[in-house]
Design a protein around this ligand. Structure first.
Ligand SMILES: [Zn+2]
Length: 283
């Protein structure tokens, strides 16, 4: 059995709540799970192992449904219920299986006086760090820090941790999952929303992931396409932060749209991008 977990408010503090993902209930709510419960089982088990910050939830029209009482995420826990207030949910229309979670990357390190540690801070981090505490809650949740103490040593390590939605199509896995990033992602990074497709109902941006779908799992899709994409976007945000994004891309004969076709493929153009990046960006 796969387990999901989430930090929830409890009294005046927080606690980690965990539960077994209820595949039986999923078979009643989602057609393809009824036909292929083994596929659903594999999906939630792989996600638990490789992306433990993700939670399986329910969506409709590519939009995650949240608790009508408190707005928190609905989970497959002994039925479908709110993770925070336990209010049960009964789906009334076609439902989709959806995984929501965050994918963290280290972006910088400061000492206890708040001074940047040389060689460990992305320009994006140097730019955003003074603003992190003042960000509205929906943007603030994209950042977390660890330390001082323990593995972090004497310093405080900061992570950029964007929220990612993976929504399974009705005919899984003959079609690819829809991967959505929120407006906040592009706003915080300060990069253009090119090469992504606005989904106005879901209030996010769809990523273009595969020209030809190899019928892999969501876990593999995230590892092959989304993790590299986030690293790439952090590099673009760094170039933007030092005011050299368009110059760097121009030197390579590309732009903010086509650059996504270059990176991650390796080869000469990929190395050219790394070279341009290293000329303009000093950590
Ligand atoms: Zn609730």
């Amino acid at each position: 059995m796969a387990t999901n977990k989430k930090m929830v408010m409890a009294g005046s503090g927080t606690e980690v709540k965990s539960w077994e993902v209820d595949i039986d209930v999923m078979t009643h709510a989602i057609r393809w799970v009824q036909e292929h419960p083994d596929l659903a089982q594999q999906e939630v088990e792989e996600m638990e192992l490789h992306f433990p910050m993700f939670i399986a939830t329910i969506a409709s029209g590519n939009k995650a449904i949240s608790c009508s009482r408190c707005g928190e995420i609905l989970v497959w826990n002994d039925g479908i219920r709110c993770v925070a207030c336990n209010k049960p949910f009964v789906p009334r229309m076609a439902s989709q299986l959806c995984c929501i979670g965050q994918i963290p990357s280290i972006i910088g390190e400061v000492n206890t006086n708040g001074q940047f540690i040389r060689g460990k801070c992305r320009p994006f981090f140097r730019r955003i760090y003074p603003r992190i505490r003042k960000l509205p809650a929906n943007e603030r949740r994209y950042f977390f820090s660890v330390g001082p103490g323990g593995e972090a040593g004497e310093n405080i390590i900061f992570y950029f941790s964007p929220v990612v939605y993976g929504i399974y199509p009705d005919n899984w896995n003959r079609d690819m999952p829809t991967i959505l990033l929120e407006d906040e992602y592009f706003r915080l990074l300060g990069i253009p929303t090119e090469h992504v497709f606005p989904d106005h109902y879901a209030q996010g941006y769809k990523l273009c992931n595969y020209a030809s779908w190899p019928r892999v799992t969501l876990r593999v899709t995230l590892q092959q396409r989304i993790v590299p994409r986030i690293i790439m976007d952090l590099m673009l945000a760094d170039l933007q932060s030092v005011g050299r994004l368009h110059e760097a891309l121009g030197n390579m004969g590309t732009n903010t749209h086509s650059v996504y076709n270059i990176i991650g493929r390796g080869g000469r153009q990929s190395r050219a991008f790394e070279r341009e990046y290293n000329i303009h960006v000093k950590l």
